[in-house]
Design a protein around this ligand. Structure first.
Ligand SMILES: O=C(O)c1cc(C(=O)O)c2c(n1)C(=O)C(=O)c1cc(C(=O)O)[nH]c1-2
Length: 241
């Protein structure tokens, strides 16, 4: 059987972008959040659980860099670690997320203790870090491409939350404001690497699978939160000690 013809660069990019249909913006938890239907505990649960994702992103990026022999790529990729961990005067995204935590009524100590992180969220996020550790660096780069769809969700929160959730201190939203431009810059690089590296049809199909795997991670995190904070069935809810 002859090899299938590769998609053109434009067709490949369009197929990657079409994965937006599976983005977590369409998860019922996010839909409820965007419609102002979540209560305080449900917002707090989301912020506390997403914190685990935030702290693992720079670890994931350090794994990608550790596998990358190309200096030019490392010089650009390292920016992602600075964005989250902070650099010089900039306290960074993890600190900004901590302020978001405070704005929704979670103390710094409680957030950092990770005591609210659900096992399902932990497993999903850890799968992302492990993927970056075990895959090639180009596959790791490709897995970050859900960021193509992130500016829309950040902007949705920035425009919606002040009216929908007036009890959240507005300074807490600074994280989302900053991510819009950072995500666009990350995507430019991630997409460039992906379109350059995944060139055969089999590789292009592999890239779509990787992107789907990452979408699965984001969706699964929200499934775990739905069960715990909407259905009130956190792990072991039915066990009477
Ligand atoms: O709030 C969101 O919905 C959302 C989604 C994603 C994403 O799509 O992976 C990221 C972020 N936020 C984000 O803030 C962030 O820093 C980030 C880094 C990455 C990544 O895969 O390297 N994704 C995301």
């Amino acid at each position: 059987m002859s090899e299938q013809t590769p998609w053109s660069r434009e067709e490949f990019e369009a197929r990657l972008r079409a994965k937006e249909a599976y983005y977590h913006i369409n998860h019922p938890y996010h839909i409820a959040m965007a419609e102002g239907k979540l209560g305080k505990e449900q917002i707090q649960g989301w912020v506390a659980n997403r914190f685990y994702y935030q702290i693992k992103i720079p670890v994931k990026d350090a794994n990608i860099m550790a596998l990358c022999p190309d200096r030019d790529t490392r010089r650009r990729w390292i920016q992602r670690i600075h964005d989250h961990d902070g650099w010089g005067e900039d306290a960074g995204g993890i600190e900004a997320w901590t302020r978001l935590g405070e704005a929704v009524g979670i103390s710094r100590e409680d957030l950092w203790s990770l005591k609210s992180v659900l096992p399902g969220v932990k497993f999903a996020v850890d799968a992302y870090v492990n993927f970056a550790r075990n895959a090639t660096w180009q596959e790791g780069a490709c897995s970050s491409l859900t960021e193509m769809f992130a500016p829309t969700i950040h902007k949705q929160r920035l425009s919606g939350w002040p009216d929908l959730y007036p009890w959240i201190e507005p300074e807490g939203l600074a994280y989302f404001r900053k991510r819009v431009s950072q995500a666009n810059r990350d995507v430019e690089h991630g997409l460039e690497l992906t379109l350059d590296y995944f060139t055969t049809r089999a590789q292009q199909e592999r890239a779509l699978e990787i992107l789907q795997f990452k979408l699965d991670i984001l969706w699964t995190m929200l499934d775990a939160m739905w069960l715990a904070y909407i259905d009130h069935k956190p792990p072991y809810f039915n066990i009477k000690p």
